[in-house]
Design a protein around this ligand. Sequence first.
Ligand SMILES: [Cu+2]
Length: 143
Amino acid sequence: MTINRQQSARPAIFCILFALFGLLISCGGSTEQAAGKATPSKEASGSRGAVTMKLIQFKPATLEVAAGAEVAWTQTDAGFHTVTSGTVEQGTGGVTPRPDGRFDSSRLATDQTFSFTFDEPGAYPYYCSIHPATMRGEVRVRG
Ligand SMILES: [Cu+2]
């Protein structure tokens, strides 16, 4: 039977879930081999990563890539979105975007793409300046 295969896949799934929430950065040290193609958190194995802007969301919202990777965002919604580096402060009266100036796509129309290369390891939050209350993402760059 194939029950054993399902059981063996479970630890990998939990591993990805933990990584998504930032609770577990390293899953035993071999994250490059542990992350498969069918995982919800996409990992760029080479030097590229891809994010889609769809239904007023960044997909995947958290993308992990290796240092030096180029990430391309593709805008598939009607209307406009932006890819703006920085954080969004949540207050009682609403949200306040805090751009950090690292990158900013400006307004992207349908089917337009924006790319940025991440050379330094770290966590890079970003948001859409048109929909800052709901549309946010993060690129995590491994060393
Ligand atoms: Cu937007």
